[in-house]
Design a protein around this ligand. Structure first.
Ligand code: S3P
Length: 449
């Protein structure tokens, strides 16, 4: 539950070369799903490497509220005694998903086809985010939702008593929407089908199969057709959560822009639905080596050796947006430190993330002396070249972990310190960010009042 404590201002200063190994925490998307799928299974799911960020802890609490037994045994080591598909109990209290869009949207999906009622809320950021993208498809299964104007939280969902299967084409590229529909389909009879025009992260499909569901994926003229056979018995699994490529992005980008840096980031996912940033950085001239490719926790991973690089701006293909959707904030920082212009089209979904990330990055970068152009769907950064960003501003993080971390990365390479007004949201996805970056040699301080 982020955003409840006092804000903590943090400042990053021009850093000495970053050196050493960055062991980033477990993947946020996979951590949410490990808890949720464990709760929907029969037996005891054992999880290692779970991300213990606030978003995931909120999902753990929610799974307890729906009747699963969720226990922490040690750092990253958790177990879930599930209630089985269709076995969710009605929560006694409001479910607070904190800052997590993934948590609330996936959980709404999985309770929507059970005859129970639940009320969801979240922090000030989550209460601004659109839930219509979930309430529209779950209505097709027979669920009813009552929320605030504009489909905002708090919201009560009345699950369908006699759910029917659904064939649904999400109007936007969203793994959360795809996953919510598939999770709702678990407790509906027959086949539930999601048609994705643009493929998004595929952890739900991979993991559902791992837990014993029958999920097929077919490429057709309509797009990618994902078919789930309803009412499977999901069977508890052992889940080793791989490290989060979206967290790895921060030390990787910092090393690229801090002169003299040379770091190793082990076990970074190369899942093609998640690795867009690394392809983009290579196109910008980044010196990244992909060492020791292997499989970990069902995901292709590699160890990344990253050295400081003189980067140049590029036109980032819009078609790559969904494979790097969470990485645009830190990519725009890298673009500011590159030579020439970087154009990032096809990014309108950034407007409805934890904050309006186009606006948050544009305003903060401008305050740091960088020229920006933007429209509803595009961010254009006029790079100032290595060492060229003046910095010297305090940027608003808008309750958004990735905005806060991005500006701190900028401060490591800018001429003058860069501060964020509130670094507390970082704990939602990367609670060890400050320590990990300090170990690499970054200069980040907390400003005490
Ligand atoms: C996520 C999907 C993405 C991403 C989010 C995690 C997921 O959101 O931004 O951080 O785990 O399914 P959208 O589905 O809104 O694109």
């Amino acid at each position: 539950m982020s955003g409840h404590g006092d804000p903590i201002k943090m400042t990053a200063r021009k850093s000495a070369p970053l050196q050493g190994t960055a062991q980033v925490p477990g993947d946020k998307s996979i951590s949410h799903r490990a808890l949720i799928f464990g709760a929907l299974s029969v037996g005891e799911t054992k999880i290692t490497g779970l991300l213990e960020g606030e978003d995931v802890l909120d999902t753990a609490r929610a799974m307890r509220a729906f009747g699963a037994e969720v226990t922490q045994h040690g750092p990253g080591a958790w177990s879930v005694h599930g209630v089985g598909v269709g076995g969710f109990a009605e929560p006694e209290q409001v479910i607070d998903c904190g800052n997590s869009g993934t948590g609330v949207r996936l959980i709404m999906g999985c309770m929507a086809t059970s005859p129970i009622t639940a009320t969801f809320t979240g922090d000030a950021s989550l209460r601004k985010r659109p839930m219509g993208r979930i309430t529209d498809p779950i209505a097709l299964f027979g669920a009813q939702s009552y929320g605030r104007a504009g489909g905002r939280l708090p919201m009560t969902v009345v699950g369908a008593r006699d759910p029917v299967p659904v064939r649904y084409t999400p109007p936007m590229a969203s793994a959360q929407v795809k996953s919510a529909v598939l999770l709702a389909g678990l407790n509906a009879p027959g086949q539930t089908v999601v048609i994705e025009k643009i493929p998004t992260r595929d952890h739900t499909e991979r993991m559902l199969r791992g837990f014993g569901a029958d999920v097929t994926v077919e490429q057709t003229d309509e797009g990618q057709v994902i078919t789930l056979q309803g009412q499977p018995e999901l069977v508890a699994q052992e889940v080793a959560v791989p490290r989060d490529p979206s967290s790895a992005a921060f030390p990787v980008c910092a090393a690229l822009i801090v002169p003299g840096s040379d770091i190793l980031v082990p076990g970074v996912s190369q899942n093609p639905t998640r690795n867009g940033l690394f392809i983009t950085l290579k196109e910008m001239g980044a010196d990244i080596e992909f060492l020791n490719p292997r499989e970990e926790g069902g995901e292709p991973v590699a160890d990344l050796r990253v050295r400081y690089s003189a980067l140049h701006g590029i036109d980032v293909p819009a078609a790559r947006a969904s494979a790097q959707i969470d990485e645009y904030p830190v990519l725009s920082v890298v673009a500011a430190c590159a030579t020439g212009v970087t154009r990032m089209p096809g990014v309108h979904e950034l407007r409805v993330k934890e904050s309006d990330r186009i606006d948050a990055m544009a305003r903060g970068l401008e305050a740091c002396g960088v020229r920006i152009e933007e429209d509803e769907d595009t961010l254009i950064v006029h790079g100032m070249g290595p060492g060229g960003v003046p910095g010297g501003a305090t940027c608003a993080s808008h309750l958004d972990h990735r905005i806060a971390m991005s500006f701190l990365v900028l401060g490591m390479a800018a001429q003058n310190p860069v501060s964020v007004d509130d670094a507390t949201p970082i704990a939602t996805s990367f609670p060890i960010f400050e320590d990990l970056m300090a170990q690499l040699g970054a200069s980040i301080t907390r400003d005490t009042h």
